[in-house]
Design a protein. Structure first.
Lengths: 736, 181
């Protein structure tokens, strides 16, 4: 071979265009490292804290060996997979390709990460054509094999049709932007098809309560301990249960329903606790990026909204830590309805005035953490956090696996090298005695309690507590008692597949804490560096919101999100009742959709109730009255902020290019409109009962229009996510 | 994008100017990504390599001695990053080693032959692959490649020689198969 030929081949090898978001992330991380390097230089610390070698956990997940995929017994859906596996293996035998074992189960499906943007139009088309052809060719054979039972056959056809449709769609030339890389994975066709069928099944089956662990505890443990556990090849379908249910991974979420529409006549007062957690958004981002729509219980709309930072008005003086900004505008979901948008921004403590921190890291080093996106990412994340600490802050480390142990006694942050050495010595192994660890961490935090400082336990785990107290309620009781001691709790979630969100939420909500989910190093940077002051320094605790609607002006209302944060009406004034905390600079957004009197009602009026044609009261100029209660971090009695909600549009919603809008009020701020776009997306993911005819495209347009400066690219990332979800949702036509 | 501008930015950045550093990273991200992609052959890995190289750059920048062009020096960084990452991964998961071969391009336009050659290049020992990519892919002379790889010029020549021998073997093997088959 001559030189010229070789040069030509190398030069012709096409390189895909740069992904803007990937660049933004890389630049952000590089800048964080740059800042850390500068700080180290000032403090004369050589190396050691480098981000280098820290993993994003991204590519590693993708490259998971297909041989390692496990089948989990459980439910109809899995049984279907087993049937499928028989068919495909048979087929493979014929073709003489034995290199791939298509044992993709629904659970494992989520681990395969597809690179969304990798798919250049051309290759997507070619490969999906092949795929479609292969599917058509093999359909008859598979149907024969799959006809074990009447019902599964029906289902199977449905499932099979969906991906074929999608594949055809993807091959149409105008769909060059198909971000679903499943179509372009350079793997054998049977495997692709398996995955598509899986994905289809994932969405086709209704999200049944069965997702709450169809597996036995033992089995969960067995699998949780070692990542490479390989289940025996499954060929027999399990006996089919009566109702169709499925096992969606082993990620545990509390299940809850969306808030229904309420009649002002019957229930004029709405009360809830604020929630500044962001874990739901980070978790579902991870899922959607993997080409899977998240399970509905994983979607908490308020956490999605509050993931983003908004520029709401700041309080005028410091005595009051925040002030609510209320915007009334037309609802984009239903004509004739209004949105009441309540935004709260806490004041930010300047770095120089921030209190000292007394931190206890409570780290899960059990076997289940032994994955690139868990312990290694956790260690990297904490190194990032170290950079944002002040020299006289103290740090202690407690780990728990089979047993709990103190790895590092309280140490000044100035001794960074020592802390880092302790972090780097961590290894994952053993089962998880979470409760014991929590106890020890609180003991340590109490021992080093500093009245002037913020005392905080930082728990990092995948939530899979399986030794000692494993009942969320008991643990909850424990942290609830500890709350009295003035120690705050932060919960950082890691990993997927075994993620116990319910446990995290229970702990964070009851222990004066916040929960965040960390899926990448960039997310760690956001939570621990960029937002370190809101993560570390509370400015108010037990913040509750109560809105009383005016029955003469408002007929119906519905609160978007906050389902898991509902409070009773009487809880509002009871200072003993716990509620959410706000950190320095945090923003909280709540959105109500209301139907003004005379608007299009969702609920029929009562025929027999006394008509309340009361005389027009002076308050008729108000939609309602907003009350906010909060306690300063070191106080036990609450303070009250009140403001009326004026029955008049204060801003105008986004209007698309097709609509003809008369500017009746000033345009709503980018922040308000963006948060509404996020709310729309969240509700869509939850089943879109209330989003009317709004489509994914409307959301994209709305968010795009309200993107503003978007310094770190989070909003751009959101838009990308909606696009991905749109494609994922388009796969099976039947949304449950 | 003149060399002078680069070195000015580097000087500012090493002096602690975060803006200059940001500009530098933004300017060279695409170049680094391209290098990384050629080295590993797929987007996800290339992005990871580039990301890590960018992070590494934050501390490594002060070791740049302005002897070679900045981009040449960047090559060294990216390739070392790629090699380190691969080793790191291997330690963690042996099963992955097989999947690390260069996948060439996914493009259907590239001829089958070119694809096979790219694959073969991907299978070469690390150093030989690097030498081939630098000399034939980037058009560097052996001295420049030697700088990037931190070896002697004669060593680069040796790597190239070895690599070509292997590729020629593969080639003639292929030809034979074609004739017999």
């Amino acid at each position: 071979m001559d030189e010229g030929q070789l040069k030509k081949i190398l030069n012709d090898a096409p390189v895909p265009p740069v992904d803007e978001n990937a660049q933004k992330i890389a630049v952000n991380l590089a800048l964080a490292e740059f800042a850390a390097a500068q700080a180290d230089e000032r403090n004369n610390i050589s190396q050691g804290s480098s981000l280098w070698g820290r993993l994003t956990g991204r590519s590693h997940m993708k490259r998971r060996d297909p041989m390692k995929k496990k089948i989990v017994y459980g439910g109809m859906a899995t049984a279907m997979v087993a049937v499928l596996a028989v068919g495909v293996t048979f087929q493979q035998g014929l073709m003489g390709t034995t290199s791939m074992t298509p044992q993709a189960s629904i659970n494992q499906m989520q681990f395969i990460e597809f690179d969304r943007s990798q798919t250049a139009g051309a290759s997507a088309r070619v490969e999906s054509d092949q795929l479609a052809a292969a599917m058509h060719g093999r359909a008859s054979e598979q149907q024969v094999i799959a006809s074990v039972d009447e019902k599964p056959l029906e289902r199977w056809r449905k499932i099979q049709d969906a991906p074929r449709q999608a594949a055809n769609e993807a091959s149409a030339p105008q769909r060059a932007d198909v971000p679903d890389a499943r179509l372009a994975l350079p793997e054998s066709v049977p495997v692709q098809e398996m995955e598509m069928a899986d994905a289809a099944m994932n969405r086709a089956a209704p999200v049944a309560p069965a997702m709450k662990m169809a597996m036995t505890e033992e089995k969960r443990k067995a699998e949780g301990v070692v990542g490479s556990y390989t289940a025996p090849y499954v060929v027999q379908p399990e006996p089919m249960p009566q109702d169709l249910h499925k096992d969606v991974g082993r990620d545990k979420f509390e299940d809850f329903e969306e808030n229904p529409i309420k009649l002002v006549q019957q229930e004029p007062v709405s009360t809830f606790s604020i929630d500044v957690d962001t874990s739901s958004y980070a978790f579902l981002r991870k899922q959607i990026n993997a080409g899977v729509l998240p399970q509905k219980d994983a979607v908490r709309v308020e956490e999605m909204i509050n993931y983003f930072d908004y520029d709401y008005a700041l309080p005028d003086d410091k005595a009051q830590p925040f002030k609510p900004s209320v915007t009334v505008l037309d609802s984009p979901w239903h004509e004739g309805r209004k949105l009441v948008h309540i935004g709260i921004k806490g004041y930010d403590i300047p770095k120089t005035e921030s209190p000292r921190s007394n931190l206890v890291f409570l780290l899960d080093t059990s076997g289940s953490m032994n994955e690139p996106d868990k312990l290694p990412l956790l260690i990297s994340s904490l190194k990032l956090l170290l950079d944002s600490l002040k020299p006289d802050d103290t740090v202690a480390i407690v780990t728990y696996a089979g047993s709990a142990g103190t790895v590092l006694e309280p140490t000044k942050a100035a001794e960074k090298a020592k802390i880092i050495a302790a972090l780097e010595n961590l290894n994952a192994g053993g089962s998880t005695a979470g409760a014991e660890g929590i106890r020890q961490a609180y003991t340590l935090a109490e021992a080093g309690f500093d009245k002037e400082a913020v005392n905080r336990v930082i728990l990092a785990t995948d939530g899979d507590f399986n030794v000692g107290i494993t009942n969320p309620e008991e643990l909850q009781d424990f942290v609830e008692r500890k709350r009295e001691s003035g120690i705050f709790l932060s919960v950082f979630g890691f990993g997927q597949g075994n993620y116990n969100d319910q446990m995290m939420q229970a702990l964070a909500q009851n222990g004066n804490g916040v929960a965040a989910y960390i899926d990448t190093l960039n997310e760690a940077r956001k939570v621990l560096v960029e937002e370190s002051s809101s993560t570390l320094f509370p400015i108010a605790k037990d913040v509750k919101i109560q809105v009383e609607f005016n029955p003469t002006t408002v007929a119906e209302y519905r609160l978007v999100g906050y389902e898991t944060r509902k409070l009773n009406r009487e809880d509002f004034n009871n200072d003993k009742v716990d509620a959410g905390d706000i950190g320095a600079g945090h923003t909280v957004t709540a959105i109500y959709e209301i139907t003004p009197v005379g608007g299009p009602l969702a609920v029929d009026g009562s025929r027999y109730a006394a008509k309340s044609e009361a005389s027009v009261k002076p308050e008729s100029g108000e939609y309602g009255f907003l009350k906010l209660r909060y306690k300063l971090p070191d106080q036990d009695t609450s303070k009250l902020i009140e403001t009326p909600i004026i029955a008049q549009d204060t801003a105008q919603t986004y209007c698309g290019p097709a609509q003809d809008c008369e500017p009746s009020a000033p345009y709503a701020s980018d922040d308000v409109r963006f948060s509404i776009a996020v709310a729309s997306f969240g509700q869509m993911l939850k089943g879109s009962k209330y989003t009317g005819k709004m489509s994914y495209d409307d959301m994209i347009a709305m968010a795009q229009d309200a993107k503003a400066s978007d310094e770190f690219g989070y909003r751009a990332e959101f838009i990308n996510l909606v696009r991905l979800a749109k494609t994922a949702a388009a796969l099976p036509a039947n949304r449950p | 994008m003149s060399a002078e501008c680069d070195s000015e930015l580097v000087k500012k950045a090493t002096g602690g100017d975060a803006r200059a550093f940001e500009a530098l990273v933004n300017r060279h991200y695409a170049t680094m990504f391209k290098m990384a992609f050629k080295w590993c052959g797929n987007r996800a890995d290339a992005e990871d390599i580039t990301q890590n190289a960018c992070i590494k750059l934050a501390r490594a920048l002060k070791t740049y001695e302005h002897k070679a062009a900045f981009t040449t020096w960047l090559y060294r960084l990216v390739i070392n990053t790629a090699i380190d990452m691969k080793r790191h991964e291997k330690r963690h998961d042996h099963a992955q080693a097989e999947m690390d071969e260069m996948q060439g391009s996914d493009s259907p336009e590239a001829s089958l032959y070119a694809k096979e050659i790219l694959k073969e290049i991907g299978r070469l020992p690390e150093k030989e692959k690097t030498a081939i990519l630098l000399v034939f892919g980037e058009g560097m002379n052996h001295a420049e490649a030697a700088y990037v790889m931190e070896v002697k010029e004669s060593t680069v020549s040796w790597y190239i020689h070895e690599a070509r021998k292997k590729l020629d073997q593969f080639n003639s093997h292929q030809n034979k198969e074609r004739h017999h088959g």
